[in-house]
Design a protein around this ligand. Sequence first.
Ligand code: HEC
Length: 256
Amino acid sequence: MARLLIAAVAASALACAAVGLARAEDGASAPAHQEWSFQGVFGTYDEAALQRGFQVYHDVCSACHPLKHLAYRDLEAIGYTPAQVKGIAAQYQVTAGPNDQGQMFQRPAQPSDMFVGPFPNDEAARAAENGALPPDLSMVVKAREGGPDYVYGILTGFVKAPAGFKETPGTYYNATFPGHQIKMPPPLTADGQVKYTDGTKATIPQMAHDVATFLSWASEPNLDERHRIGFRVILFLVVAVGVLYAAKRRVWSRLH
Ligand code: HEC
């Protein structure tokens, strides 16, 4: 039994090492690791950071990037009141209908509506952005290696290109983006660009960190809940192992 266990641990360690090697070989340098309150087994989201992150998304990113998987009422989970959510939703128009005359019409969005994107379709987005498609940010943290570190790395990665780097017109040098040429103009350019309602100083790294936190939550809104359940499951397993071990000793003690 013990030998089997050691073999299994050794095998998974080998597998991890192999994956690590394969990643190192594809040439993309991993973004630097930042501190995130929600990582680790006991991690939880910081509600103030989530609200600041939403402000950054709302004021800056939403001009280009949709966030299709969220409904306005999901914002109640990060501490906005139903009245505030109603107010946020009402800033957007959605197409509804048909009415009695068979016509579609525009109405203000309601809390139950999904986030309204900046463009009616991908073609309109490309036309407005010089042919580049600003991707939906709902899953970007899940979909990219590095997760929040990647998003933070992109937002703070607009640095001067190294001497001799050949830049393609219409792209911006970015230290984190694979290939280093991104078609997104630097979105965070000045301290104080977003007026935080909680008085936090909106430096570029602060805004990048907050919006990466918000986008992590957007891609995994049930994380806190899952951590709570996971903790209970582990507690149960620990107790169960103890009980089984005691039972085993009792049963076998008669045989010795
Ligand atoms: C002016 C429009 C515009 C704004 C504003 C903007 N973006 Fe972008 N973004 C783009 C475009 C276009 C791309 C695609 C770039 C490419 O493919 O080269 C992009 C790409 C990205 C990527 C990389 C996605 C990937 O596929 O790896 C991330 C992350 C990102 N944006 C996050 C943000 C965040 C967060 C904000 C707000 C702080 C923001 N963007 C604001 C246009 C914009």
